[in-house]
Design a protein around this ligand. Structure first.
Ligand SMILES: Cc1ncc(COP(=O)(O)O)c(C=O)c1O
Length: 411
């Protein structure tokens, strides 16, 4: 039988989840915490800008972005990360139709046309599934990098062999990390950037959660790259989906290494997914406003305050530094897959088993070794997205605590 490039692409996490819970009727009303889809109100200026620019739906959009949007992106980036205005809108920025397609398409520009060895794309595990699809499209080998709690939930750079660094084409990093909410700090980025420059690979730094944080704002890989002289080898990805609760707008951008960006823009000018003109005008306004972002962040922090209060230290919970996920250790309750089934059946809560975000070979196998503390894989964990209202969040947390304290005895 013919074989095609994506034949071995695994089922996505949400279709696995559908299969897992199909046939189980929950005893309580549904509280969906499975998908990281922001649900806070988006900024009030959105509607009017669309109305004012409606005629733009009758035109093909500027593939490389309208001036006001490129200006807004460059200003935001320079201000947010103190980049000394080194980001120049025509050189360092590429507008994206959301970071998802950008993270995918950019990988194609990182693969050499005449590789003497098969390229390698490194992906943190657990991971956002697009990274793996991108590696498959680039016909690269994938290096799944474990992110154990004992290493601060980040890939351990020292565990990667010289041979692997030598054929590395792309190193994906997500900071704040989905799902664990940790940040890569300056020292981490510095080490990684030195390796990227030594072995000439690209760091794709997925920073789409950069504006959702608790106390301290995360730094960008771009800041560290600049401290190390220039943006070379580093591309960071940003989005309005989480920052402005506009996942349906499909607007983001990436920025960094100007030679890479020039090649990327050349390709996107012909084959890129354009953002409709009225939506580019909305995006320009959204990147220029911080009031709604602060309000949005406060809403997440109110929910994390509730989690601190209601969960305390149950399920190994500690408040994440960023992002909007709970990453709960359910090893004592049968692991993430069993917990997702139980929460669905007995609490009406839809959640995502950590295994479904991972490259675990036997993710559907109930016989996981998650109970062994040395097993730090995602199979121990359950991901809950804090995207609902404050009252739904409180209700969900209370149901979880009640279920595990009365049925099993909480950890
Ligand atoms: C880690 C991560 N990266 C990228 C994305 C894509 O976001 P968007 O395409 O909406 O910008 C998501 C969405 O959930 C995500 O969780």
């Amino acid at each position: 039988m013919e074989q095609y490039l994506f034949d071995t692409l695994p089922d996505g996490p949400f279709s696995k989840l559908r299969k897992l819970v199909s046939g189980i009727t929950p005893k309580l009303s549904l509280l969906d915490m499975s998908i990281g889809e922001p649900k806070h109100p988006f900024p009030s200026f959105v509607n009017q800008i669309i109305v004012d620019n409606m005629a733009g739906f009758g035109k093909y959009p500027a593939a490389l972005g309208i001036e006001p949007l490129l200006n807004a992106n460059a200003n935001w980036l320079n201000n947010r990360f103190d980049l000394n205005n080194k980001i120049v809108k025509d050189q360092h920025i590429s507008v994206l139709n959301g970071t998802r397609e950008g993270l995918f398409n950019a990988a194609l520009l990182a693969i050499k046309s005449n590789p003497t060895v098969k390229p390698l794309i490194a992906i943190p595990d657990p991971f956002y599934q697009v990274y793996a699809a991108a590696a498959m499209a680039g016909q690269a080998d994938i290096l799944f990098m474990p992110t154990p709690q004992s290493a601060g939930f980040l890939p351990v750079l020292e565990h990667i062999s010289d041979a692997d660094w030598q054929r590395m084409a792309v190193f994906y990093i997500c900071s704040p990390a989905n799902p664990q909410g940790v940040f890569a700090d300056e020292a981490y980025y510095k080490k990684l950037i030195a390796l990227a420059r030594k072995h000439n690979f690209f760091i794709f730094s997925d920073e789409c959660y950069s504006e959702i944080y608790s106390d301290e704002a995360p730094i960008s890989a771009l800041q560290v790259a600049l401290n190390e002289g220039e943006f070379k080898n580093v591309i960071s990805f940003f989005s309005l989906s989480k920052r402005s609760s506009l996942p349906g707008l499909r607007s983001g951008f990436c920025a960094g290494d100007k030679n890479f960006i020039a090649r990327f823009k050349m390709m996107r000018n012909i084959a890129g997914a354009q953002v409709p003109l009225p939506l580019q005008h909305v995006a320009a306004a959204a990147w220029s406003d911080e009031t709604h972002v602060i309000d949005n962040r406060n809403k997440y922090n109110q929910k994390f305050d509730l989690v601190d209060k209601i969960l305390g230290t149950m399920f190994g919970y500690t408040r994440p530094k960023g992002g909007f996920f709970l990453w709960l250790d359910m090893a004592e309750h049968g692991g993430g897959i069993k917990a997702a089934q139980d929460l669905w059946a007995y609490c009406g809560i839809k959640s995502l088993p950590g295994a479904y975000l991972s490259n675990l070979a036997a993710e559907d196998d109930a016989d996981q070794t998650y109970a062994d503390p040395k097993n730090e894989t995602a199979s121990r964990y359950l991901r809950l997205a804090l995207v609902g209202s404050l009252s739904d969040t409180e209700e969900a947390l209370n149901r979880i605590v009640k279920y595990y304290s009365t049925v099993e005895g909480a950890s």
